[in-house]
Design a protein around this ligand. Structure first.
Ligand code: PEP
Ligand code: MG
Length: 580
């Protein structure tokens, strides 16, 4: 097969090499994991049992059919039963389990994909429409399988190279992405998405190379194609010739070596050449990610996106106890370093359940603090859980998407209520826990005194600030080219925020994507930011950059950037900044 290259938006730096695993939307819902050699036969039996249980179900439906049932119904049942006994469905997935070690659900959806693709090529319309029957039969078996799912076993006895797979999908929701953690998947390629869509953020957090906004990659790439993701260049090479594969394996090894070298900086202070101390914090999505933050020597957690505890659970919310345990684990893992827990930021591309996903203009809807204030019991539960964790280490509370004074007041009132409820029960918490505002809506950046007066710290969410200021959906690849960190409007809002915070002595940080973009570090520090929070995987590289800087040299260039409204002048000044 001829090799070709596709271009997209790189979201996490690195190189991944593996075979394509193209996902249909429905297939996303099933678990994907590899079973160890010793479990293969048990997994085969699990699938066989599900198939025969599906046959029994069909027989029962057949037997229970009322006498006056339309005759087509019987015909459909017949077709379904035929499919179930066809070797293409009854045998081929068993072979996939045996040869590739896929779990039963995954083996089944892989084979279904192959069958559906064959149906697509059939000229006869009637036969082509039998696709839906295959999907229904597969769903029946999948439902029966899900009830008998085994837990995720270790990947043992699988040839390492063949076990490397790259997910190719139209889109992957952040919730779906979580099931790929600690699995055999080494990269992600999606048709949709932008640089700071939440899918991109999760892949960056997992440190997994990904390219998003690829247009129609999921149609161009076939199941099992060899792929190279170069997420530095933002390209995916499909079916690369051996010479290109070898070249990329060398590049990959060199990148790994460079990363290992950076580990030496773990304990080194992040201080510029002129002696300015910079605080580098970590963004995390799960308590388990705190270990990665410690591994790179982060000074604390600057953003714990707590909503990830709530997602992918079919709307079943985590209890106060479950949340408390998650927050306490994080705080204990961070060993006295501060942990900033952002309260639930659901909505838009992080829906709590499928129903929310259909809202019109979700990014402008009932998300984040708006949602929490409309569900005070849910918010109170979270606040109590966070407060309880504050007895175990330094905790800060961060409120997302504030725009109105009353949202601050209501949040603080609910926090006071949570405190008094705990006090009544003699439960310990830090009574002075500090509360900060995300500055991520232009309205907030334009009314900073409102926030400065009422809160203890500010944290700029550049992802949403850019989305809302420039009116571009951050998850929509069709407008991804308009996403511009260096737009004068964004630079002005950032400068205003740092100036207002410094004037009032309020701590200010950046926790959006700009903080982890090494091309922007000089600019942000030159503007006066001293605290940056980013995915752990980026922290040491940024620390190295910080240590090479001489801040006083930046002042005139940064001034020029902030005065200019000409993108070409700004771009030129940015180049100058890199050379200082
Ligand atoms: C942001 O908006 O920049 C931010 C940090 O929050 P999130 O990316 O989770 O919306
Ligand atoms: Mg945000």
């Amino acid at each position: 097969m001829a090799s070709f290259t596709l271009q997209g938006i790189p979201v996490s730096r690195g190189i991944a090499i593996g075979r394509a695993h193209v996902l249909r939307p429905a297939a996303l819902e099933v678990q994907h994991y590899l079973v160890g050699q010793e479990q293969v036969e048990a997994e085969v039996v699990r699938l066989q049992q599900a198939i025969s249980a599906a046959e029994q179900e069909l027989k029962k439906i057949w037997a229970d059919l009322p006498a006056d049932a339309p005759s087509e119904l019987g015909a459909f049942l017949n077709i379904h039963a035929l499919f179930l006994s066809d070797p293409m469905l009854a045998q081929a997935p068993l072979e996939i389990i045996r040869t590739r070690h896929y779990n039963a659900e995954w083996a089944l959806v892989t084979q279904i994909d192959v069958l559906l693709a064959q149906f697509d090529e059939i000229e006869d319309e009637y036969l082509r429409e039998r696709k839906a029957d295959i999907e229904q039969v597969a769903d029946r078996v999948l439902k029966l399988l899900t009830g008998s799912a085994t837990s995720l076993p270790a990947v043992a006895g699988v040839d390492e190279l063949n076990a490397h797979m790259i997910v190719v999908a139209r889109d992957i929701s952040p919730a779906d992405m979580m099931q790929f953690q600690n699995s055999a998947f080494v990269g992600f390629v999606t048709d949709e998405g932008g640089q700071n869509s939440h899918t991109a953020i999760v892949s960056r957090s997992l440190g997994i190379p990904a390219v998003v906004g690829m247009g129609n990659a999921s149609q161009l790439i076939a199941q099992d194609d060899w792929l190279i993701i170069d997420s530095v260049a933002g390209i995916v090479i499909v079916a690369p010739p051996q010479i290109v594969l070898d070249e990329y394996r060398d590049k990959q090894a060199a990148l790994l070596r460079a990363r290992k070298k950076l580990v030496r900086l773990k304990k080194t202070a992040a201080v510029t050449k002129d002696g300015t101390a910079i605080t580098l914090l970590a963004n995390i999505e799960f308590p388990e990610h705190a270990a990665a933050a410690m591994e790179v020597g982060a000074a604390g957690v600057g953003l714990f996106r707590s909503e990830f505890l709530f997602m992918g659970r079919n709307g079943v919310l985590p209890s106060e106890e479950e949340q408390f345990n998650a927050y306490r684990t994080t705080v204990l893992t961070m060993k006295g370093r501060p942990v900033t827990i952002r309260t639930l930021d659901v909505g838009a591309d992080k829906p709590l359940n499928e129903v929310d996903a259909g809202t019109m203009n979700p990014a402008l809807g009932l998300r984040a603090i708006r949602y929490c204030l409309s569900e005070p019991q849910l918010f109170l539960t979270q606040l109590r859980a966070i407060l309880r964790a504050s007895a175990f280490g330094k905790v800060h509370i961060l409120l997302p998407m504030l725009a109105h004074a009353f949202e601050i007041d209501q949040s603080l009132a609910l926090l006071a209520q949570a405190k008094s409820e705990l006090a009544l029960q003699n439960v310990s918490f830090d009574a002075n826990v500090s509360v900060g505002a995300m500055i991520e809506v232009p309205a907030a950046a334009l009314s900073l005194p409102m926030f400065v007066r009422k809160l203890d710290f500010l944290s700029v969410g550049t992802n949403d600030l850019i989305q809302y200021t420039l009116a571009i959906d951050r998850a929509d690849h069709a407008v991804a080219h308009l996403y511009d960190d260096l737009h004068p409007a964004i630079l002005q809002l950032l400068a205003m925020t740092v100036a207002a915070a410094n004037k009032s002595g309020l701590p200010v940080s950046i926790c959006g994507g700009m903080a982890g973009d090494i091309k922007l570090t000089r600019l942000l520090l030159g503007m006066g930011f001293r605290v940056l929070s980013m995915p752990p995987a980026l922290l040491l590289e940024i620390k190295q950059e910080v240590m090479n800087m001489d801040l006083p040299l930046f002042a005139p260039v940064v001034k020029k950037i902030l005065r200019s409204y000409d993108p070409a002048v700004i771009a030129e000044a940015m180049r100058t900044l890199q050379l200082l």
